[in-house]
Design a protein around this ligand. Structure first.
Ligand code: BGC
Length: 829
């Protein structure tokens, strides 16, 4: 290990890769050149390297269609490490098809509040579950020659004020909760890259946080590179000295040539730049990127294997919350199924923000049910209510043409959706001012008034058969949080159309007033009827079975802002109540990325959570509804009874730019369990179609504590169970959450089959973090010198800082959720 003149400590292979390079070349490598690409240094054989967004798939710079995987919370609900390796392999492979060698995934921030805008994107409220699933996914990604980028380091759990907020978190809470998934990603996942958050932690910007970045490198042995979140770098010297290696995106605003200047005028040593460059290049070497000439072409590859893995992941994520013998449906006995709800004919398969991508295909629940059962059963549909915010875009063939400021056509290509998003000009020849037009054909299915919506980042308008219907050029709408915070409010125009009579739809868009991200979302739909609810009740009454698909969508749950309520949007509560009353053979399906308030839950004959499940979600739903697959998911986060009960209530999303993590260690189920608060559905909960018995555990105590138990499928069909192990300290010396997850194993067994599951508990399973007690010690010395109290004979020794296991008794619980414990054994350490 060596420390340079400016105080930065490095244990990287300093200089190895930087040898012989000019200061300018090295500095250039510390910043991107555009939105996704690092600099090339051809004289030294270093190619440009492309990055792509994740985590729900590899988006690629031009948004070419890709495998849409289930969102983070759905992956969290699988509790399946082996599956995560396979999901990671798909993500890694898909990243390569986008010419990328770095994928900006996974997101391992925790579900501190169910209102967090990016809750859908991250795995769980528990750090161990999050960390172990993330590590498995990372190993899968990296097996494909792609560096995974664990993000956002750290305490980045709210979107409100996201570019400036300050997370105020105590040391123990940071160590035991929020840092832990990163630690596991580094130690078990051997992750090659890490992205710092936009936020501050205890007053210091994440990208300038020496203390946190030195935990990463010196304590955990991280050997990869640290990249800023997009546009987050605010300083040249402080950031590089703290340990940030590369500023993204480019061109450089604070690193790059600014760092070369800092070296020249002595503010930063050249060895510091060498170390950063070495870390970056050693990752590129490890993943094989230095063998590329340049980033490969971006293509779309849709493979049967990838579909199958995405399908298994979606099936394995679905959580059966309640079931009064309604599911699985006995399809042979059904003549009609009513598929009801605002999400029934919409494929709400992902949340909003940088995790979005163009999927290979979108299939709505209605479409999947019709396709799979339509030849045997009559399938009817009613939306029941309207929760639309941004009108649904059209998936149609479009001709896209791009023009420079003189109106010369520079590029022409095909597009397949009326959602347009450009993270930079699609061609360098377009110059600073450019525009595009997209033209396609729309054929209405019904007569009536159609609403045409436009959200813009830039200046746009929509023309139907040559007539301007919505005009954001003449009347630009005010800004909003849409399009990653760069978009406008939606403006809506109306036009009368006839069923079967095709019209030309043309979108004009320029980059005027959109310095960073240019885009437009153009939506089209027939104006909804006024009697949606009564029509849905009527359809439900007439059907033999009902599937009500309720939830949110990527407007309600998105990066860029937090939710303001746990409630289902619109009139969905009323819809569910009325449908359940109208037909007892009803399955309520929740299609959302976060926990929701479900005041009618006890009246739902069956309740199935399908999350935002990616491109295979709707087919996996049919698999589960019909019993072709067991609902394999278990809750990765608590469903509280009401928002007022949640641990962060009163401290979320914070105020005046400050987010106080006031609940400390009692986050997620740790809060409800320790305080013995009733919840709607507990952490870890989920039903199978079969039944399992967890046998009496045996325990062997040595260097580790090994717990074994036999699990038997005592039902009459194949199924899936997740055995969860929680540790509870008995009479701890310090405040400890009551029970904490320390192990989990997922098993799949046929009827009558048994298997033995084993949990190995090391020291950390019993440990807590002892914070630095220097201040406490000094205060006690001062107290003694003031003779306020009699000095004890033996001065009390302060515990050393670090992971500490107090001797004493611990209970080890095995069960099916935090509140469904089958067996408890005691161990004395
Ligand atoms: C997000 C990151 C993302 C990056 C690039 C940021 O706004 O916070 O998660 O990877 O943009 O799209």
């Amino acid at each position: 290990m060596k420390s340079d003149a400016t105080g930065r400590v490095d244990d990287a292979p300093t200089g190895v890769f930087a040898q012989g390079m000019s200061l300018e070349d090295k500095a250039a490598l510390t910043a991107g050149t555009d939105m996704w690409t690092t600099a090339a240094v051809p004289a030294h054989g270093i190619p440009a390297v492309r990055m792509t967004d994740g985590p729900a798939g590899a988006r690629g710079p031009n948004r070419s269609p890709s495998v849409a995987l289930p969102s983070g919370i759905a992956l969290g609900a699988t509790w399946d490490r082996q599956l995560m390796v396979e999901v990671g392999e798909v993500l890694g492979h898909q990243s390569r098809t986008k010419g990328a060698r770095v994928v900006l995934a996974p997101t391992v921030n925790l579900h501190r509040s169910p209102l967090g805008g990016r809750t859908f994107e991250s795995f769980s409220e528990d750090p161990l579950l999050t960390g172990q699933l993330a590590a498995a996914l990372i190993r899968g990604v990296q097996s494909q020659g792609v560096a995974a980028t664990v993000k956002h380091f750290v305490a980045n759990e709210a979107e409100t004020d996201r570019f400036v907020s300050n997370s105020v978190v105590d040391e123990r809470t940071l160590r035991e909760l929020y840092l832990l998934p990163f630690e596991i990603a580094v130690k078990d996942g051997r992750v090659q890259a890490l992205m710092t958050g936009y936020n501050r932690v205890n007053g210091v910007w994440c990208g300038e946080h020496r203390e946190l970045l030195s935990i990463l490198r010196e304590e955990w042995g991280f050997e990869g590179f640290v990249v800023s979140d997009w546009y987050a770098v605010g300083s040249t010297v402080d950031s590089i000295l703290a340990g940030l290696d590369i500023e993204m995106p480019g061109p450089a605003r604070t690193f790059g040539s600014h760092l070369a200047d800092a070296v020249r005028d002595g503010r930063v040593s050249e060895e510091t730049i060498d170390a950063a460059v070495s870390r970056l290049l050693s990752v590129f070497e490890r993943i094989g990127a230095l063998d590329d000439d340049a980033p490969g072409e971006e293509v779309s590859v849709d493979l049967p294997d990838h579909r199958a893995i995405a399908r298994r992941a979606a099936q394995g994520s679905m959580v059966l919350l309640r079931n009064e013998s309604v599911l699985p449906f006995d399809v042979d006995s059904l003549r009609t199924i009513a598929v009801v709800g605002p999400n029934a004919d919409q494929a709400q398969i992902m949340g909003g923000g940088s995790a979005t991508l163009e999927p290979h295909y979108r299939v709505s629940p209605l479409e999947a049910i019709r396709r799979r059962l339509g030849d045997r059963v009559e399938v009817t549909h009613e939306p029941g209510c309207d929760t639309t915010v941004t009108l649904p875009s059209l998936d149609i063939d479009l001709d896209e043409a791009f023009f420079d400021s003189d109106g010369n056509e520079v590029l022409r290509r095909k597009a397949s959706t009326t959602r347009f998003l450009y993270f930079g000009p699609p061609s360098e020849e377009l110059g600073d001012r450019w525009s595009m037009t997209a033209t396609g054909v729309f054929t209405p299915t019904d007569d009536g008034v159609y609403e045409i919506g436009l959200v813009q980042s830039g200046r746009g308008r929509v023309l139907i058969d040559g007539e301007v219907v919505v005009d954001g050029v003449a009347n630009p709408p005010p800004p909003s949080t849409r399009i990653l915070g760069f978009g406008s409010d939606q403006i809506i125009g109306r036009v009368a159309l006839k069923a079967g009579v095709s019209v030309e739809i043309k979108v004009d868009l320029s980059n005027e007033s959109a310095p960073i991200l240019v885009g437009a979302v153009v939506g089209v739909r027939r104006k909804p009827a006024d009697d949606l609810l009564s029509r849905a009740i009527d359809a439900a009454t007439k059907a033999d079975a009902v599937v009500v698909v309720v939830g949110t969508n990527d407007d309600w749950e998105s990066e860029g802002y937090d939710r303001t309520s746990l409630n289902l949007p619109g009139d969905q509560d009323e819809l569910v109540r009325r449908i359940c009353a109208a037909n007892p053979n009803t399955a309520v399906v929740l299609n959302a990325g976060s926990p929701l308030d479900l005041p009618w839950a006890e009246d739902a004959p069956a309740l199935l959570e399908i999350w935002f499940g990616g491109q295979e979600m709707s087919d996996a739903l049919v698999d589960v509804l019909t019993g072709e697959a067991d609902p394999g998911g278990r809750l990765p986060s608590t469903f509280p009874l009401r928002i007022e009960h949640t641990p962060a209530f009163g401290n979320f999303p914070g105020e005046n730019g400050e987010v106080r993590y006031g609940e400390g260690l009692l986050m997620g189920y740790r809060w409800y369990d320790s305080r013995q608060l009733e919840v709607a559905f507990p952490f870890g909960h989920g039903l199978s179609y079969t039944e399992f018995e967890i046998g009496l555990p045996s325990m062997t105590i040595g260097q580790t504590v090994v717990v074994e138990t036999e699990v038997t499928n005592i039902g009459d069909r194949r199924g899936v169970e997740v055995i969860q192990l929680y540790v509870e300290p008995v009479d701890p010396d310090v405040m400890r959450p009551r029970k904490e997850l320390k192990g989990f194993e997922k098993v799949e067994l046929g009827p009558g089959e048994s298997t033995v599951v084993e949990f190995v508990l090391d020291v950390r399973a019993f440990a807590y973090w002892q914070p630095d007690g220097t201040d406490y010690g000094a205060a006690k010395e001062r107290q003694a010198s003031m003779q306020i109290s009699a000095a004890p004979d033996e001065p009390e020794e302060l515990k050393p800082t670090g992971w500490t296991v107090d001797p004493g008794k611990y209970r080890v619980h095995l069960g099916r959720s935090i509140s469904d414990i089958s067996h408890t054994v005691e161990v004395t350490l």
